[in-house]
Design a protein around this ligand. Structure first.
Ligand code: ADP
Ligand code: MG
Length: 360
């Protein structure tokens, strides 16, 4: 059992680089928390401070009510899985998984029970006699997970554990990691730069940039109510469309204006006339007849994508990238109209990048 708290934690490396600045974060016992952000934003540094692999320059790290700053890694009841699985090549799968338990002199029957249990959960029980060289990448990563699981740690840390796997395997491993979390009674902290992985796995996501937290929330919070332009752009594939324009009140309704385009905004947004950015996710439009359409444009490109098609649509000097059902008939160079779902629009201050959504 462990609740993990960062209180104003800063990490400066010896070369003077500030990797994490003033981090405040409260991770609940047995939560699945994902640290998400681009390369270099401080995710691994944050994880390594929890593990005790990096010292904390300022602030406090607590497990439950105990300050951990000076507690060495091996006294933290933490297990960690990295991107590179680093298995012992000359040991069997069984001995690789058992290694940490042997070091701790766990009695043989208990050791066997734990290894067999982990292997069953990871569906690698039939591979226990093999050497790592006789395994696929996905199987090796499951052995690495098993090696951490058998420790039955209070805190389970994972740093981009699926990055070396191919796309389809990553998706099935995500499901397996969710199951692991449900079966173990550990707090999970998981680092990734892959927004889809974060959205699938997390109870809560922490979006980081340049060593600071941009937003903390459930996957729905982060995707549907991004706090700023950075978060809005980082989540979603293809990325959200961002249209620059101005705010204007027309007949008592706040509207987004860009050239001939006027989009009435729902009451959840506030703001007086100023430069703004309208955010529109590719999937949040529907084809509409030209009378009903709220956005008019010209089809620039149409790209089939299996069940859907992606359209590049020129609107008021900008190019929107939109997803529509495959059966919508479009021709490049022809006009097209779309309807919008007001509740799915996003609006940001162009200067600060902050969302103009009212606090809920
Ligand atoms: N050992 C180190 N010495 C100096 N700077 C480091 C060290 N490790 C990481 N950094 C720097 O700290 C920042 C955050 O790095 P890191 O936590 O590894 O980011 P992420 O895991 O999000 O890619 C980066 O600017 C990186 O260059
Ligand atoms: Mg990293």
């Amino acid at each position: 059992m462990a609740r993990i708290r960062f209180q104003s934690v800063t990490k400066r490396y010896a070369n003077g680089a500030t990797a994490v600045a003033g981090l405040d974060l409260d991770i609940a016992d047995q939560e699945f928390l994902v640290l998400l952000g681009p390369s270099g934003c401080g995710k691994s540094t944050t994880l390594n401070m929890i593990a005790g692999l990096e010292e904390i320059s300022e602030g406090a790290l607590l497990f439950d009510d105990r300050t951990m700053n000076n507690v060495p890694a091996h006294r933290r009841d933490v297990a960690m899985v990295f991107q590179s699985y680093a298995l012992y090549p000359h040991k069997s799968v069984f001995e690789n998984i058992a290694f940490g338990l042997r070091m701790r002199r766990v009695p043989e029957p208990e050791l066997r029970r734990r290894v067999m249990d982990a292997a069953a959960k990871l569906e690698i029980a039939h591979l226990l006699e093999r050497r790592p060289s006789q395994l696929s990448g996905g199987q090796r990563q499951r052995v690495a997970l098993g090696r951490a699981m058998v420790r039955e740690p209070s805190v389970f840390l994972m740093d981009e554990p699926l990055s070396n796997l191919d796309a389809s395997l990553r998706i099935s491993m995500r499901a397996q990691i969710r199951h692991l979390h449900a079966q173990m009674h550990s707090t999970f902290v998981y680092v990734t730069h892959d927004q889809a992985e974060a959205l699938t796995l997390a109870d809560r996501i922490v979006v980081m940039r340049d060593g600071t937290i941009q937003q903390i929330g459930s996957p729905d919070d982060i995707y549907e109510r991004p706090a700023n332009l950075f978060v809005a752009s980082f989540l979603g594939s293809p990325a959200i469309n961002l249209l620059e324009g101005a705010l204007e009140t027309i007949g008592g309704t706040l509207c987004f204006r860009r050239g001939a385009l006027t989009v009435p905004l729902p009451a959840c947004f506030r703001g007086d006339a100023r430069e703004v950015v309208l955010g529109l996710r590719p999937e949040d439009v529907g084809p509409a007849t030209s009378e009903a359409a709220q956005i008019h444009g010209v089809v620039d490109t149409a790209m089939p994508a299996g069940s859907d098609q992606f359209l590049g649509v020129a609107v008021e000097g900008a190019m929107l990238f939109l997803r529509v059902p495959k059966d919508v008939r479009v021709r490049e160079g022809e006009p097209i109209g779309f309807g919008l779902t007001e509740s799915r629009l996003h609006l940001f201050d162009r200067t600060t990048g902050r969302s103009l959504r009212r606090a809920a």
